[in-house]
Design a binder for this molecule. Structure first.
Ligand SMILES: NC(=O)c1ccc[n+]([C@@H]2O[C@H](COP(=O)([O-])OP(=O)(O)OC[C@H]3O[C@@H](n4cnc5c(N)ncnc54)[C@H](O)[C@@H]3O)[C@@H](O)[C@H]2O)c1
Ligand SMILES: CC(C)[C@H](C(=O)O)[C@@H](O)C(=O)O
Ligand SMILES: [Mg+2]
Length: 372
């Protein structure tokens, strides 16, 4: 199959981890006879340096014309350390999500059996954890009206949601729950926020069309605690933009590292696949970043292309790297393996039909049980 993939490596470790994901996609393409064409375009700080714009029109055009977007990460300390900067790398990602109407961000969170002993959390608490966060991605406080007073003594970010915005992600989250363990937890702050009460009313109403799905509600402060205390209670977690951002980083502690968590952003046009982590600027160029989140994002991209077997093979290869300890130092202190060695191992395994054909398909979760 011929597919056009927009590559937006971005800043910091973005180019390094995307490079490993592309290695893996190439291995899959040659094994299964696909033709993946990559079109690279700048975004974030590098795009500001080149054009003054964190999301140049030409990049947006490349994304619109692609069958999928593989995104690295954006962000640079020179902007993080300057609160007065008018143009910021993050605006490139936010505008891309908005322009492409990528209103649903899907972030699977799992306790991997291969890594469970290394988790900072107690094994018996996290064993069997397998949930997916459906994070609203184009509304809420991120996109509401912003202002800073002239004397710079007060500032505001408006959190605005419409029922339609809630319904469209709500449908996707209920459909995911129907295909999984039929439980949906809406996380909000309805005891305080009017926008959260709108979420509760709208999702409760929507739930009537999904009678097989058990709908629960949890305040976000309690949810933050439950995610580390008793994460296996969750199946699909539906939440607004900022709560989803925060809870997914927290969820990565269950997996063992934020360098493992992938995501898919879907909506009305070309879907985008990206790790949940940022540009980890301290690691740039050091060959120490974990490429697995980016590689598992590529597996979600394969699922999106309906290349189910290909996605499974790639996840099996990741699983082998974890089993055999071919991991970066975030997972095993002092590990001799860097970003590119881990990527090579996974790509070689995924591309070798004699190796991965022998494996049992069972228990390969790694973000699989999700509709995208
Ligand atoms: N989607 C994105 O592009 C995205 C997401 C989050 C943050 N950011 C940006 O990234 C920059 C840095 O932000 P931050 O330090 O808060 O978050 P970060 O996710 O970049 O890093 C936080 C910590 O997570 C760990 N980590 C992250 N990625 C890893 C990987 N692949 N392998 C191993 N360990 C990894 C490191 O210990 C790191 O110190 C900022 O400019 C921020 O705005 C971008
Ligand atoms: C960089 C930032 C705008 C982004 C977000 O908050 O959505 C990041 O934290 C993420 O999780 O993708
Ligand atoms: Mg985040």
């Amino acid at each position: 199959m011929k597919k056009k993939i927009a590559l937006l490596p971005g800043d910091g470790i973005g180019p390094e981890v995307v490079n490993e994901a592309v290695k893996c996609l190439d291995a899959i393409a040659s094994r299964f006879g696909h033709d993946f064409e990559y079109i690279e375009a700048p975004v974030g700080a590098i795009a500001i340096d080149q054009t003054g714009n964190p999301l140049p029109e030409s990049t947006l055009e490349v994304c619109r014309e692609a069958d999928a977007i593989l995104f690295g990460s954006i962000g640079d300390p020179k902007y993080d350390d300057d609160p007065t900067a008018k143009v910021r790398p993050e605006q490139g990602l936010l505008r891309l999500r908005k322009e492409m109407q990528l209103y649903t961000n899907i972030r699977p969170v799992e306790a991997y059996p291969e890594l469970i002993d290394q988790s900072p959390l107690k094994n018996d608490r996290i064993a069997g954890t397998d949930f997916v966060i459906y994070r609203e991605l184009t509304g809420g406080i991120y996109f509401g009206e912003k202002w800073l007073s002239e004397d710079q003594e007060s500032a505001s970010d408006l959190c605005l949601y419409t029922a339609d915005e809630i319904r469209r992600i709500g449908h996707l989250a209920f459909q995911a729950a129907e295909k999984r363990r039929k439980k949906l937890t809406l996380v909000d702050k309805a005891n305080v926020l009017e926008s959260s009460r709108l979420w509760r009313r709208t999702i409760t109403e929507l739930g009537k069309a999904y009678p097989d799905v058990q709908l629960d509600f949890l305040f976000v402060d309690n949810a933050a605690m439950q995610i580390v205390l008793n994460p296996s209670q969750f199946d699909v977690v539906l939440t607004e933009n900022m709560f989803g951002d925060i809870l997914s980083d927290e969820g990565s502690v269950i997996a063992g590292s934020i360098g493992l968590l992938a995501s898919a952003s879907v909506g009305d046009s070309t879907a985008l696949f990206e790790p949940i982590h940022g540009s980890f600027p301290q690691a740039k160029g050091l060959n120490i970043a974990n490429p697995v989140a980016s590689i598992l994002s590529a597996a979600m991209l394969l699922d999106h292309f309906n290349m189910t077997e290909e996605a499974l093979v790639l996840r099996q290869a990741v699983s082998q790297s974890l089993k055999q300890g071919v991991v970066t130092s975030d997972l095993k202190s002092g590990s001799p393996f860097g970003t590119s060695e881990v990527g090579d191992f996974i790509a070689d395994f995924a591309g070798d039909d004699s190796a991965s054909d022998k494996l049992n398909d069972e228990n390969i979760g790694l973000g699989k049980s999700t509709i995208i």
